[in-house]
Design a protein around this ligand. Structure first.
Ligand code: C2E
Ligand code: MG
Ligand code: MG
Length: 865
């Protein structure tokens, strides 16, 4: 039979006992005693949260307890452990109402103790997340029903309220004692320090913290007091802290540096480092712990970042082929990290050496000395290239970049730097550089490199008062070889010529290929004209000795122009230009020779330039005209023919002699359209005279070498004859001996074709070339014009007389018409007539004159007849 009033009584006695308690322990004990004395409660056991383990401690008990409790009855009973665990796990009451027949509970030491039911209730303290358990035993079965549990729970709530009050009050009292003992002075000092100061009792309840501590955790000081240290730490850290506290408690030895992790009010974690030591009372009994903590969150974060970066750096250096290294303040390698790339480059062997004591060469101005200066002045350096040769002779290039290192006080500590291997890149660069500065075909330096070398030499020569020469070499007739034998043969010729030139020059001389068939030599050690001439002659004969190309032996000659430093120019441009001018002059002088630059050459070359510039537009500007010079029959003294001679009057240059402009028109190829124009104009004029009723005349037109080798020549002649309707017999083409000798087979074919058209052929300026009269038999020639040079001195010079006579005789035997050119005097005319020369041409009879004048001359003459 349940006696509720007895329970009420017991609970009110327990409530009362709580009021009179003086410490926490008497508190629990008083309640237990009161409960057991007055009613159906047989026993009461209080378990409070443990400092050392997850299992609560038995803090107080009264009355009967079940079996298996240790001798002093303080420890835990096995069955109670089960109750406690079940409550801690569920956080709810554990009710066992029918235990009368459980011997383990109802008997003790063989004697019945009468426990028939049990109730375990959670004991939850306000500021402590962990909680205890209170177990009630009764001798009455089924006593712990709903109303009784409510009553007991209310009792425990009172207890909790009281305990909290008690703890706060206890802490306040302890603090008062401390303050009283140490005085306001220490409190102020402790509150003013930046480090965190704390004091806890032996249970870990905070008794005192300074302002810094509260600030750090986001609390007010008074909030913290009374809190358990577990409430401001994670469980894991609490356990660790407990162990430390415990060890200090046992040994009394304080720790100076202990790692804490506290949890702020806002949940954020703070890393701290600090000390723990025991606090003692007047009797030297331990009362708790105190210590100083320092916030090391930032420090730890930095250390971690540093460690991470060190790790990343190590990983990087392991991955890349770069090396990281450091020099000490004495510029000696103190640390080298990175992958070993080459077998014979041991990084360790460099430690202790200075960079300039290693087998590397450096590529900065001033070499290692310059680098030392840079280091001494604590400058950073970037992409400095060093190289060395490995044991197998292969080059090894590195690029280094570094910066000085200073400590916090600004004291120089050395350098830190990185090295990157750039061998492949460097070799590729060198190859590109080689290609950019060399001619691929001949392997000689090219124009770019020559220019660089010349620009190095000029200031050096200036400083040391030295002279040097620039020789421009151009192969003569190279184009003909290229055109006739093909490009491969042309290339071979250039290669061979280049190596011949190179072999006769000294090492110190430079030879470069400027392009095409142009070479240039920088002659450094020959500063007087005679020694330069020796080299020039050697170059000429080197070019001239025969080449075998495409199975054919052929010869090329060369023309050389020479400019001297400083007389002919003090800069690259002038020197090159003047050597070029001199070379052109050598060409004009008949090729296969050398010429020194001079100011006369300069003016000629300027003229040449002007002619070239203006010639091309001469046709459209109608600056060309034809003059006509009569040929006279020496027997009948009548005009037997006429030669058309080209005239050019340019607005800027005035009248220009064909002797000057014809060779230029030849070279530039302009002679082709110009020659066509002459042919057409001459035929038109001849037809015009006929149309005027004048007697038909044979008109001679000069054909140049270039025209002769032009494949369209036949066609052009046919077209003009067709267009003008002139009788082909009235046209005579004047060619020179040279054209016949060069390619005789082609010449014969072409001349035969022309002949077939009915056009006459003459050899102009006969006697100046190398052809013999006997050779002429082969060609279908009609007329031989004896060169003016034989006629000039014919009256006085016996040789000229003999030669002219022989030519006339031979011409006769070959049935050729013989014409003497340049007849200026009666004596000459007489001689020619006496020696049966057929015709004459020259100023004596008539100068070349305009078409109108010639019309008049022709009119006058035909009337005379
Ligand atoms: P060439 O064909 O031998 O012409 C004769 C040259 O001798 C002409 O010079 C003429 O004016 C000059 N001459 C004639 N009689 C005398 C004389 O008694 N005394 C002197 N000192 N000279 C005399 P020009 O007109 O100056 O022509 C020079 C050369 O230019 C020509 O020599 C010819 O080779 C070339 N030429 C002229 N016109 C043409 C042309 O239309 N086409 C080509 N391809 N060449 C031409
Ligand atoms: Mg002529
Ligand atoms: Mg002539």
């Amino acid at each position: 039979m349940k006696d509720i009033s007895a329970i009420y009584q017991a609970i009110s006695a327990a409530n009362e006992s709580i009021l009179y308690a003086t410490s926490l322990d008497t508190f629990y004990q008083g309640m237990s005693n009161a409960l057991c004395e007055n009613g159906p409660i047989l026993g009461c056991v209080v378990y409070t949260p443990s400092d050392s383990s997850a299992n609560p401690n038995c803090a107080a008990f009264a009355g009967a307890r079940p079996l298996a409790v240790s001798a002093d009855n303080v420890g835990q009973s096995f069955t109670e452990v089960l109750f406690v665990e079940s409550v801690l796990k569920s956080g709810k009451p554990d009710i066992r109402n029918f235990l009368a027949h459980h011997r383990m509970l109802s008997e003790r030491d063989g004697q019945p103790i009468g426990i028939a039911s049990a109730l375990a209730l959670p004991l939850k303290l306000e500021k402590d997340p962990s909680f205890g358990v209170v177990i009630f035993y009764s001798d009455e079965e089924n006593i712990f029903d709903e109303p009784v549990i409510t009553l007991l729970t209310r009792l425990l709530n009172n207890l909790i309220f009281a305990v909290n009050k008690f703890i706060t009050e206890f802490a306040r009292r302890e603090k008062e004692i401390f303050v009283h003992a140490n005085g306001e002075k220490y409190r102020n000092i402790i509150d003013s320090i930046e480090d965190l100061y704390y004091e806890v009792d032996l249970h870990g309840t905070l008794l005192y913290t300074n302002q810094a501590f509260a600030r750090m955790l986001g609390y007010e000081c008074q909030d913290l007091v009374g809190m358990n240290y577990r409430q401001i730490q994670t469980e894991e850290v609490s356990l660790r802290v407990y162990k430390v506290f415990n060890a200090i408690y046992k040994t009394g030895v304080p720790t100076a540096s202990f790692d804490w992790e506290l949890v702020r009010k806002d949940g954020e974690k703070v890393m701290l480092e600090g000390s723990v030591q025991l606090t003692r009372d007047a009797q030297n009994n331990p009362t708790g712990f105190c210590g100083i903590l320092r916030n090391v969150t930032e420090l730890r974060r930095m250390v971690k970042a540093l460690r991470d970066s060190e790790f990343r750096f190590r990983a990087l250096t392991n991955l890349s082929s770069d090396w990281y290294w450091e020099l000490d303040a004495d510029f000696r390698y103190k640390r080298i990290k990175g992958r070993q790339t080459k077998a014979d480059l041991h990084q360790d062997s460099l430690i202790g050496l200075r960079p300039w004591e290693t087998p590397f060469e450096i590529q900065v101005s001033g070499g290692w000395k310059g680098f030392q200066l840079m280091l001494s002045s604590k400058q950073s350096f970037r992409d400095v290239i060093c190289h060395r040769f490995l044991q197998d002779g292969s080059p090894f290039y590195i690029s280094i970049s570094g910066e000085p290192v200073f400590d916090d006080e600004g004291q120089f500590e050395g350098y830190r730097a990185v090295t990157r291997e750039i061998t492949e890149q460097k070799i590729a660069e060198e190859r590109i550089q080689y290609l950019a500065t060399h001619d691929v075909l001949t392997k000689l330096p090219n124009r770019v490199m020559f220019s660089q070398l010349l620009n190095v030499e000029i200031p050096a020569a200036k400083r040391y008062n030295r002279k040097f020469a620039v020789l421009f070499i151009d192969l003569d007739r190279f184009k003909v070889i290229n055109d006739t034998l093909g490009h491969i043969a042309g290339d071979e010729l250039l290669q061979e010529t280049a190596s011949r030139f190179r072999s006769i020059l000294r090492e110190s001389d430079v030879i470069a290929r400027l392009g095409g068939d142009e070479f240039v030599v920088l002659l450094l050690e020959a500063d007087d004209v005679p020694s330069i001439e020796v080299v020039a002659r050697k170059l000429l004969s080197a070019a001239m000795s025969p080449h075998v190309l495409a199975g054919q032996e052929c010869r090329v000659t060369s023309s050389i122009g020479i400019a001297m430093y400083p007389a002919d120019g003090e800069d690259e441009q002038t020197l090159m230009k003047n050597a070029d001018i001199a070379m052109y002059f050598a060409k004009e002088e008949g090729k296969n020779n050398y010429q020194f630059y001079s100011s006369e050459i300069q003016s000629q070359s300027l003229e040449r330039f002007m002619i070239e510039e203006n010639l091309r537009r001469g046709l459209e500007r109608e600056e060309f005209s034809l003059y006509y010079q009569a040929k006279v029959d020496l027997k009948s003294n009548t005009i037997s023919g006429v030669e058309a001679l080209l005239r050019w009057h340019n607005a800027q240059l005035g009248p220009v002699s064909p002797i000057k402009f014809i060779p230029i028109a030849e070279e530039t190829g302009f002679i082709i359209p110009l020659g066509k124009w002459v042919l057409k104009k001459a035929c038109e004029q001849n037809m015009a005279w006929q149309k005027q009723g004048l007697p038909p005349l044979c008109i001679a037109v000069n054909i140049s070498v270039r025209q002769f080798s032009d494949d369209n020549l036949l066609n052009d002649i046919a077209t003009v004859l067709h267009d003008t309707c002139m009788d082909p017999h009235l046209l005579e083409l004047e060619i020179t001996e040279g054209m016949l000798v060069q390619n005789p087979t082609r010449a014969i074919n072409l001349l035969t074709s022309i002949k077939k058209m009915g056009v006459r052929l003459a050899i102009d300026d006969f006697g100046t070339g190398y052809s013999s009269l006997s050779q002429l038999k082969e060609f279908p020639i009609d007329t031989l014009k004896v060169d003016r040079s034989f006629i000039r001195d014919i009256a006085t010079n016996a040789d000229d007389k003999a030669i002219t006579n022989a030519i006339i005789m031979m011409g006769k035997t070959l049935s050729l018409m013989v014409v003497a050119e340049g007849v200026e005097t009666m004596e000459q005319e007489t001689f020619l007539r006496d020696h049966a020369c057929d015709q004459m041409q020259g100023y004596y009879f008539s100068k070349p004159i305009s078409a109108d004048d010639f019309t008049a001359l022709l009119c006058a003459h035909s009337k005379k007849m």
